[in-house]
Ligand binder design. Structure first.
Ligand code: GLN
Length: 192
């Protein structure tokens, strides 16, 4: 069984642990650099990326996390996707730079900051999991404004990428851990 860490400093790490367990992995809450040892992969959950950054610095976890990501897959959702990006705007803030992409925080704005959308994934996503639309829960989500040449866009919403894979890493600007559809977690586990 794959051991998958869930960064548990802040945010909805409990929901990701349950989703990983449902998808057949062993979730391990990770709060220190030592907790990153012997993990097959890691999830960085949604929450508040600026708060997570402060906690990462406080715990001296920023560099160990970047080092982990140079060797093993990381799946970042929402705030986790922001932390993985190379460029963050609105406002700009430091990030791990493991995914070549630009993200704009809270890109959908205040008026419609949270919603549930039903989106058609890319054929590649359906081929690698199974077919059917995806229920995407957006909560003060970032918008991915640019992806690098090595990115695979696995789903888009209103023309913007919302599920992107680049090499060993995966990001979603929505919250697959909050629905009953386990395909996004299944896809991540298939990469470990
Ligand atoms: N708006 C949050 C941020 O900028 C992300 C929201 C989320 O993770 N649901 O970090």
């Amino acid at each position: 069984m794959k051991r998958v860490g869930v960064l548990a400093l802040q945010g909805d790490f409990e929901a990701h642990s349950l989703a990983l367990a449902r998808a057949g992995a062993e979730p391990v809450l990770a709060r220190t650099a030592a907790d990153l040892a012997n993990l097959d992969g890691l999830v960085i959950p949604g929450g508040e990326s600026s708060t997570m950054l402060k906690l990462l610095e406080l715990e001296n976890l920023f560099e160990p996390l970047a080092g982990f990501g140079r060797l093993r897959p990381i799946f970042g959702t929402c705030a986790g996707a922001i932390l993985l990006a190379t460029d963050v705007t609105h406002p700009s803030q430091p990030s791990l730079g493991l995914m070549n992409m630009s993200v704009e925080r809270n890109g959908y704005g205040r008026q419609i900051d949270s919603r549930v959308a039903h989106i058609e994934p890319a054929p590649e996503f359906e081929q690698r999991t199974h077919s059917g639309e995806l229920e995407a829960v957006f909560i003060r989500a970032p918008i991915i404004r640019r992806v690098g040449p090595d990115a695979h866009v696995l789903a888009s919403y209103q023309g913007d990428p919302v599920l992107v894979e680049q090499g060993r890493h995966l990001v979603a600007t929505f919250h697959p851990e909050l629905g009953s559809d386990s395909r996004v977690h299944d896809l991540f586990l298939s990469k470990l």
